[in-house]
Write a protein that binds this ligand. Structure first.
Ligand code: SF4
Length: 387
């Protein structure tokens, strides 16, 4: 099979070009055409050496992921469902805000961690995505959005590895993808604007600090081990004390001077004032002087199999007030796309049943403009370029 050039960071692409008898600067040109200009056809890469341009189609490809579905909300949010083969699909979501455009990217088809409140976790694990499949989500989204907005300027300013999967259980592919995101010849994102979200794979947090430190978010969801064991099964392997120790060790390498803790608010499970007080004690007391952090409260997106309910607005606000009152900066995530099963994994879980996906998208077309539902048969290299 031909090489997928989306699999390579710049060093990898330079080695690939060298094997073809070309110098590093050719790799830089190629990298910029692909990632900065969104061009997949080698014949359009006008400043590449002619012999390289002619050789590449027989040995390489820019292999995009086929788009199964695309939904665009009236609030500007766009969600794509990408086909990754063998009946698996992954989701990618673009969330525009006043001062940024954030892309939520998936790292695995399914997930082995099995968090109780997570639709992806309920589907089980299929496989790791490759670096190319992780980057293909950003590549497609960035250039599709530029075409949509009629701009050559960068649209996506932030990436959060918070889609389907536990990114630190797909470490090698993740780090390769992060390097492409951060590279000035690639997407040029700052380390502060790329966030890896983990449920707490402690040894890999240490490695990330050494290999490619970016902003870190930790899915906490509970203030004690007994509850977290039930909500995030990985806690049985890496309990809170070890997890928070790892956070403290990560911080000196981190581009931000705090860790973000995600806390999904579940009615009657983890959302009482007593839970808030326990969380305050945990975060302020750990290691003697506490963990520098922000807390992000996430209203739960209910799905039938979970048997869980979303906390009331009043409970979420009271929880936030209590944490803020104790000096822990706490925000409440705005919910978007309640109408489309926006919780990660809910749409992909039905990919096996294409008819049902189509019906669901059509049913929601009052609120969402259904832009497309298609399976692309043509090879990825025919993807339109931005030029
Ligand atoms: S919340 Fe994250 S780590 Fe937990 S099951 Fe879902 S995708 Fe996996």
């Amino acid at each position: 099979m031909t090489a997928n050039l989306l699999d390579f960071d710049l060093e990898g692409l330079a080695a690939f070009c060298e094997r073809l008898g070309h110098k590093r600067f050719r790799a830089v040109q190629l990298f910029r055409w692909i990632h900065q200009k969104g061009v997949a056809r080698f014949e359009e890469m006008s400043d590449l050496a002619r012999d390289l341009r002619e050789r590449l189609p027989s040995v390489a490809q820019v292999r995009a992921l086929p788009v199964l579905a695309e939904q665009a909300s009236t609030d500007g949010t766009v969600k794509w469902l990408f086909d990754v083969g063998d009946g698996n699909a992954v989701e990618t979501v673009y969330i525009p805000e006043d001062d940024r455009g954030t892309l939520c990217v998936s790292s695995q088809a399914g997930c082995a961690v099995g968090c109780r409140f997570c639709a992806t976790g309920h589907q089980g694990f299929s496989r790791n995505l490759t670096t190319g499949e992780i980057i293909a989500q950003l590549w497609y989204a960035e250039h599709a959005l530029r075409r949509r907005f009629g701009t050559q300027e960068r649209v996506i300013s932030n990436v959060v590895m918070m889609g389907m999967g536990e990114p630190l259980q797909n470490y090698a592919a993740l780090v390769g993808a992060l390097r492409v995101m951060l590279d000035d010849h690639g997407y040029g994102l700052s380390r502060r604007r790329v966030t890896v979200s983990t449920s707490g794979v402690v040894p890999m947090m240490e490695r990330l600090a050494q290999d490619c430190p970016v902003a870190l978010a930790v899915s906490l969801h509970a203030p004690n081990d007994a509850l977290r064991d039930r909500l995030v099964p990985l806690n049985r392997k890496y309990p809170l004390r070890e997890l928070l120790d790892a956070c403290l060790r990560y911080l000196p390498s981190a581009p931000r001077d705090f860790i973000t803790f995600e806390y999904c608010m579940l009615d009657g499970i983890n959302d009482t004032p007593a839970h808030a007080d326990e969380l305050i004690d945990l975060l302020r007391g750990h290691g003697g002087s506490g963990v520098p952090c922000k807390v992000n409260l996430i209203p739960f997106n209910p799905f039938a199999a979970s048997g869980l309910q979303r906390s009331s607005r009043a409970a979420v606000k009271a929880f936030a007030d209590r944490l803020n009152g104790a000096g822990i900066v706490t925000t409440i995530r705005k919910t978007r796309g309640d109408d489309i099963d926006a919780a990660c994994g809910q749409l992909a879980g039905e990919v096996w049943d294409r008819t049902r996906v189509a019906q669901r998208l059509a049913r929601r077309s009052d609120d969402w403009q259904v832009v497309a539902l298609r399976r692309r048969a043509e090879p990825a290299t025919t993807t339109e370029s931005t030029r």
